[in-house]
Design a protein around this ligand. Structure first.
Ligand code: FES
Length: 704
């Protein structure tokens, strides 16, 4: 079984088992588990074969946005990432085109279509993630009737996947608290307001020209919601990347990986490779290590990683090689991923011949950025429905920024409804901008002098919005310009006659694990260094010899572990104490975890001879097919669609349209010449019967 039995941050609940079958073989899921996670837990990665070319299919988004993970559940095609395992369900792979289900007369629906249920509500919030929940809290505080809908089984959005402590402001957005715990807090606050209703497993289907919003409730009941104001907080979808072998099972999005690992506690891989050095890729690598998964390497095409340097540094210190100015040349394997080939790129992002290296891995995460899910907002604006957007649906940024923008938008919505919310402070808008800001300048590190007593060393040397360290020092010795939390904190040796006591609170709370405490009091030549560590306490023992590293992950030497401290007050951050020579004690920033040989390349590089660079995953249309049409003069995506079927798949072209635009760019076609295809009116596939009332007593899958 591929399940995570123990985790340093997440508790592993005991859940009843649910029997089901896969290709006739008896398996067991955990209660409340999706079909895709149950299959991954059983070691199944291939969910069927495509009708066009027989290519193996696996998961890609695990978020209901694509249809790669389609399986048959009791004969009906379902997205396995959204479908919960029901006792006794017969799950089969989709081999080619699935047969149309036989119509059971009991499922034929009422003789007369039932009238569509319509409800009016002052505010409809689409998306129960950080932005939506924060907005709902502001609306709830004012007693404004609000309906929050979310297509998942629980509230919190991507927060429920985040085991790390959050950056940002401790006052404004719970900085220093783990994402999973922020989700719980926001949810319980939302649920405390009687004026706020929550519909889970309820997906918005469309915003119509009559200013109504179609909602599919629990996959079976169609309801038209008529809001006075719409707030769109539907988050983001992951960008895709085109390279040979990109559609092999085992190549999927970082969000899908975090869903499997952190939400469902499934261990989908033993060896992982990552493409993309933004925060999403860096954090996914960290989460993999916490789950006991080897991270073979990470490539980033730019000369520097785009994510926070503290995220990059902690991954490097744990022993993950990060190759900047590198890209993926191909993902290799016959039915599923077996290896990845990477190469260096030149100043024009062309691969440099002779620099190729291949690594054995069974999973390649694509973490190359996010696009806003803003279709509902755009449609609402087009049809004159008063609408607001917040969080990633408005602008891609950190979840801490989403929490704060949701709070502001909640007040703006209340004001739009005529409620007196007073003036929204300009400081709030400024805080929102600060939280959204990209990482700033990197400065040389400064450690306190003289080398005596005890003091923290702050290894955070890049401007990012973050301030928890300034709030926890009992003697107020870590300071920062209060007007701008992007500026770097600094330690002052003494204030009001008080100095550092070595309490370690700053070490434990830093979200970037970028503060250590150096204590010269017992032995000035071999001071003790307290290092934060977010792994199981048993990973290290007193007396172990470990390699310690500087901020960037360069080895400083081998030292002995003197203590491993796990106390409740530190909220699952273990403090490891090592004795290091005075010569480098202040430079110690972390402990290497992963053995260097984990990242040894294969002796030869693997060359993929077929160019199966897939642009449209649903219809399996290659880059070569589309490029040919562009070179022949095609500028209208409708034309490309008519010839190749690209954009005609079940994801509604959400996955391939950005890649087609990229191909146009690569061929030198300006955006102004590209004619886009019309967006589909419905956001996702819906069985016809639900519009007529079929399936309310019996759901569209024939379940009672
Ligand atoms: S990838 Fe789904 S339609 Fe092209």
């Amino acid at each position: 079984m591929h399940r995570i039995e123990r985790h340093p941050i997440l508790s592993v609940p005991v859940r009843p088992l649910v029997p089901f079958t896969w290709k006739g073989q008896a398996l067991e899921a955990l209660e409340g588990e999706t079909v895709s996670s149950a299959l991954f837990a059983a070691g199944v990665r291939i969910f069927g074969h495509h009708p066009k070319d027989g290519a193996a299919q696996g998961i890609f988004c695990a978020n209901g946005q694509c249809s790669q993970c389609l399986v048959l559940a009791d004969g009906i095609p379902v997205k396995s990432c959204m479908e919960l395992v029901r006792p006794g369900v017969r799950v089969e792979p989709v081999e080619g085109l699935p047969e149309l289900p036989r119509i059971d007369p009991r499922d034929a629906g009422p003789a007369e279509p039932r009238p569509i249920e319509t409800i009016r509500v002052p505010v409809l919030v689409i998306g129960g993630g950080p932005a939506g929940l924060s907005a709902a809290i502001e609306l709830g505080k004012r007693g404004i009737e609000t309906l929050v809908i979310d297509d998942k089984h629980r509230l919190g959005g991507k927060l429920v996947l985040q085991t790390h402590r959050f950056f940002g402001s401790i006052d404004a957005v719970y900085a220093g608290t783990r994402g999973i715990d922020i989700a719980t807090r926001l949810e319980s606050e939302v649920r405390s307001f009687p004026s706020v209703r929550v519909w889970l497993q309820s997906a918005a289907l469309a915003v119509f020209s009559d200013r109504t919003v179609g909602v599919l409730v629990e996959g079976r009941r169609y309801v038209q919601v008529v809001p006075d104001v719409l707030l769109v907080t539907s988050g983001a979808r992951e960008k895709n990347l085109a390279f040979p072998g990109n559609s092999l099972p085992g190549v999927y999005g970082a969000g899908a990986f975090q869903t499997l690992v952190n939400r469902d506690l499934v261990k989908p891989t033993g060896r992982l490779f990552i493409v993309g050095g933004g925060n999403v890729g860096l954090i996914a690598g960290y989460h993999a290590l916490q789950a006991g998964i080897a991270v073979v390497g990470l490539v980033e095409v730019m000369p520097e990683c785009g994510g926070y340097k503290v995220h990059r540094d902690k991954l490097a210190r744990l022993g993950v090689p990060i190759s900047t100015s590198h890209t993926v040349v191909s993902a290799n394997g016959r039915e599923a991923l077996e290896s990845v080939t990477i190469a260096r790129v030149d100043g024009k992002f062309r691969t440099v011949k002779g620099t190729e290296r291949s690594y054995e891995c069974d999973t390649l995460l694509i973490a190359v950025g996010l696009d806003p899910v803003n279709e509902f907002f755009e449609k609402a604006r087009e049809f004159g429905l008063p609408a607001f957007a917040a969080g990633d649906a408005e602008e891609i940024a950190e979840a801490s920024a989403a929490i704060f923008s949701g709070k502001i938008r909640g007040l703006e919505v209340a004001r739009a409804l005529g409620h007196d919310v007073g003036e929204i402070s300009p400081d709030w808008y400024r805080t929102a901008d600060i939280l959204k800001s990209r990482p700033g300048a990197t400065v040389p590190e400064r450690a306190p002098e003289p080398e005596a007593g005890v003091f923290p060393v702050i290894h955070c040397n890049q401007e990012i919005p973050c301030d928890p360290c300034t709030a926890v020092c009992p003697n107020d010795l870590i300071e920062m310009d209060e007007t701008d939390i992007r500026l770097l904190p600094s330690f002052i040796a003494e204030k009001g006659g008080k100095g550092c006591t070595g309490c370690e609170k700053c070490v434990a709370i830093c979200p970037g694990l970028a503060i250590t405490l150096v204590d010269y009091r017992k032995d000035p030549e071999f001071p003790t260094v307290a290092v934060p560590f977010e792994f199981l306490k048993e990973t290290l023992s007193v007396g172990d010899t470990v390699v310690v590293e500087d901020t960037e992950g360069n080895a400083l030497g081998r030292v002995e572990v003197g203590a491993v401290k796990a106390i409740k007050a530190n909220d699952r951050t273990v403090i490891v104490k090592v004795r290091a020579p005075r010569a480098f004690a202040k430079r110690v920033a972390g402990i290497r975890l992963q053995a260097p040989e984990t990242s040894d390349p294969l002796g030869r590089y693997v060359e993929r001879t077929v160019d199966d660079t897939i642009v449209c995953r649903c219809e399996r249309v290659t880059a070569a097919e589309i490029r040919k049409l562009i070179r022949e003069g095609a500028r209208d995506i409708n034309e490309i669609k008519a010839v190749t079927r690209a954009c005609m798949g079940s994801c509604g072209a959400k996955t391939c349209t950005p890649l087609i635009h990229r191909l146009f760019r690569e061929e030198g076609v300006p955006e102004s010449e590209i004619v886009d295809q019309p967006k589909r009116p419905l956001f996702m596939e819906v069985p016809f019967g639900v519009f007529t009332g079929q399936g309310e007593e019996r759901d569209p899958h024939g379940r009672s």
